[in-house]
Structures are given as structure tokens and as C-alpha cells.
Design a protein around this ligand. Structure first.
Ligand code: GDP
Ligand code: MN
Length: 379
């Protein structure tokens, strides 16, 4: 469910290991460094903001230059940008390609067919979602059978549909194979090359690369975990991750503390059903010990939009009275000044609820009742 993005330059380094052609380039942390790299690579070069959001080109974060002096000048401007709220701390300086056509090539998981899908389009460079909306016939897909794996005929089918020049077929198949292999081996949820350029010299080059990794696979990839950029992470999402809590900030007013991802989703739905909006998704997992509840509560309350908090806890292996004691200990420590509604069900729920009402929490027995109460007090 949670995902980790890596930077373009990191994604390109990774894809290069799978035989995908990427332009030579290096990362600069200052305009002076950008100039040195441009001189070393030879101009023209492209200077590109390294931030974890898309649409950098439109925001002025991708610029072609023809001299090392211009590289320094342009890098200075790019370093002063905030792209969709992200300050630019590093730029990639790469050899510029002379582009004849921009294609799209991406791999992701298709939930309907439960297969890996390879997607291509002759309309690359722009958002693929835009192409999908405007000209869906320009998007070609092939599905990879998990037992058979990738075969070149799939790439041929795709190439045919996007009218790729036949001379590029062999390289296109190599790139497709590499993309699929990379996707599987790093436990990605998305690997995307946009644009995959056909150069004026008639070669294929990956000019931009995006990789999203599945957090749940990261324990198998210590080397990739190390690529996580702490500068780019929301501080509360980081705190949550370090405490093994799944937390996603949203824009509503009702903080949610729930055990279990499915129950969290259901809780958010019911809040909406009664006219409220959740401020976050938060799964505290099993156990719900006081220290973990306290960390979770602090994270929820760090969001100034939060006007009330809903606890929705199912006491299965952990007994409800134990959970209640955890919550009370956490309240003692955090001392929140917004109303709190708790729905506790499961083993020893009556004892748990009694403890919480003594601590002046609003309690409820059903999720509907809890949602109604929390929406009410959040007004
Ligand atoms: P994005 O806007 O964040 O997706 O950044 P991209 O890396 O995709 O760059 C945006 C656009 O800049 C691309 O679609 C290309 O049109 C252009 N671009 C990027 N690199 C090069 C290059 O080496 N040569 C040329 N001519 N254009 C480039
Ligand atoms: Mn792009």
C-alpha cells in the first residue's frame, strides 16, 4: 500500500544495469558543479531538477543548454525553484539527445488480470493519464503471464501497435525485457520511461525514468532502502515509518487511529458516509501498546486540521482493557485538546469502555455510532 519513490538519476542507474540505454550524466549539488559536469560531458546538456514529483518540464525544472556557462546559469535558476512544493536540492546534468520522437513505455501490475502489464504509446513525453483520457486508442498494452514470463513477441506486438520503425524492434525488445526484469527484481509497483526517445540518429534512449518501489518488498532490498531521500519525506510519515505505523496524511478534520488496514479503510468510508472527512489513514497494527498509541496520537495531532480523533480498535489477541490502558497512558503523555471518540470491540470490551469513559472519552459500541459522534464533535 505504501510506496517509495526514487529520483530520476537513481532510476536511470538502476535501469542501465538491465541493459536500458540512458544518456551519460552526473548529479550536481551546486551551479558550479553543474558547470564542471557540463564541461566534462560536452555540450549540449540538459539540466534537470531532481525532485520526487512529475511535471518538472512544465515547471521549468528541465532545461537544455549549449555551453557550460549556461549550465551554471540555468542550474542556479533551477535551484531556486519549488516544484509542486518541493525545493530543488540537486540537479542531474546529462548529455542531451536530439529527439525525433517521444514514446512512452511503462510496466505496472494490472489488478483485473492479476498480471504484469507493459504499456506503450507513440504519444510520449506528456502525462500518460492525459493520453489515456484524450486518445485512449494511442495506448497499447500487453500482459505478461507469470508462468511463461516475458517473450520478445510481446514487445513485437507492442511495437506494431505504436508503429515503431522496424529497425528499432530489436532494441525495443531489449528495453522491454529489461524493464520487466527490473520491475520484478526490485519489487516495484511502477517502472516508467517517459519519454523513451527516438533520436535523430535513429536510436532509442530513456530520457526520463521513474521507479516506485513497494514498501512491503523493501526488506529484501537494503541497497534500495538506502536510496530513500529523507529530504523528500513528510516528517510525520517518516516518524510513522520508523515506528512501524502505516500513516498517510489526508485533508479532512477527523484523525483516525485504527488497528488493521482493512478496518482503517472501512472507518474512513463510514466517516464519509456521515458527512465527515478523515484527516489521515493510520494503521497501528496489532498489540496497540501505550508507547505506540502515544506516538500515533502525536502524529495525528501534529496536523492542525484535526478537530477530533476517532479510535476504532478491534481487540482480538490484545484484550480491550489492555488497549484502553494503553490509550489512557498515551493521553496522559500527549494531553490532546480535541475531543476523542472511541469504539472498542472484542475481548473484555465492557471493561475497556468503562476505563475510557472514566478518562472522559466519548465511547461508542458500533462503528456507525462512533462515526456519527465524531463527525458531530468535529463541527
Ligand atoms: P518531466 O517533465 O518531469 O517528466 O521531465 P522529463 O525528463 O520527462 O523532461 C521533460 C521533457 O523535456 C521531455 O519530454 C523532453 O521533451 C525534454 N527533454 C528531456 N531530456 C531531453 C534531452 O536530452 N533532449 C531533448 N531535446 N529534450 C529533452
Ligand atoms: Mn517525463
Amino acid at each position: 500500500m505504501l510506496a517509495m519513490k526514487i529520483h530520476e538519476y537513481q532510476a536511470k542507474q538502476l535501469l542501465a544495469r538491465y541493459g536500458i540505454p540512458v544518456p551519460p550524466g552526473e548529479v550536481a549539488y551546486s551551479p558550479g558543479q553543474a558547470r564542471d559536469i557540463a564541461r566534462r560531458l560536452g555540450c549540449p546538456v540538459v539540466v534537470k531538477a531532481q525532485v520526487l514529483v512529475g511535471g518538472r518540464g512544465k515547471a521549468g525544472g528541465v532545461r537544455l543548454v549549449s555551453t557550460p556557462d549556461d549550465a551554471e546559469e540555468v542550474a542556479k535558476k533551477i535551484f531556486s525553484l519549488h516544484i509542486k512544493g518541493s525545493p530543488v536540492r540537486k540537479v542531474l546534468v546529462a548529455q542531451a539527445a536530439s529527439v525525433a520522437q517521444e514514446l512512452y513505455l511503462g510496466a505496472t501490475l494490472d489488478r483485473v488480470t492479476r498480471r504484469l502489464v507493459l504499456i506503450a504509446s507513440s504519444q510520449g513525453g506528456v502525462d500518460i493519464e492525459e493520453v489515456a483520457a484524450r486518445a485512449p486508442e494511442k495506448i497499447a498494452k500487453v500482459f505478461v503471464d507469470p508462468f511463461i514470463g516475458f517473450s520478445d513477441y510481446l514487445a513485437r506486438d507492442l511495437a506494431f501497435e505504436i508503429q515503431l520503425p522496424p529497425s528499432l524492434l530489436r532494441d525495443f525488445a531489449t528495453i522491454s525485457r529489461g524493464l520487466i526484469q527490473a520491475f520484478v527484481e526490485v519489487d516495484a509497483s511502477l517502472v516508467e520511461i517517459n519519454p523513451l526517445a527516438i533520436t535523430a540518429q535513429g536510436q532509442l534512449w530513456a530520457l526520463d525514468a521513474k521507479i516506485v518501489l513497494d514498501d512491503n518488498g523493501l526488506f529484501r532490498h537494503k541497497d534500495l532502502e538506502a536510496l530513500r531521500d529523507p529530504d523528500e519525506e513528510n516528517p510525520y510519515e517518516r516518524q510513522a515509518r520508523e515506528n512501524e505505523l502505516s500513516y498517510v496524511k489526508l485533508d479532512g478534520r477527523i484523525g483516525c487511529m485504527v488497528n488493521g488496514a482493512g478496518l482503517s479503510m472501512a472507518t474512513m468510508d463510514v466517516i464519509k458516509l456521515y458527512g465527515g472527512a478523515p484527516a489521515n489513514f493510520l494503521d497501528i497494527g496489532g498489540g496497540a501498546k501505550a508507547d505506540k498509541v502515544a506516538v500515533a496520537l502525536r502524529i495525528i495531532l501534529s496536523d492542525s486540521n484535526v478537530k477530533a480523533v476517532l479510535f476504532n480498535i478491534f481487540g482480538g489477541i490484545t484484550r480491550c482493557d489492555e488497549v484502553a490502558r494503553g490509550i489512557i497512558a498515551a493521553l496522559d503523555e500527549v494531553r490532546p485538546d480535541v475531543p476523542m471518540v472511541a469504539r472498542l470491540v472484542g475481548t473484555n470490551e465492557a471493561e475497556g469502555r468503562a476505563l475510557l469513559s472514566r478518562a472522559r472519552m466519548i465511547t461508542a459500541t458500533t462503528l456507525q455510532e462512533a462515526a456519527q459522534k465524531v463527525v458531530e464533535v468535529a463541527r
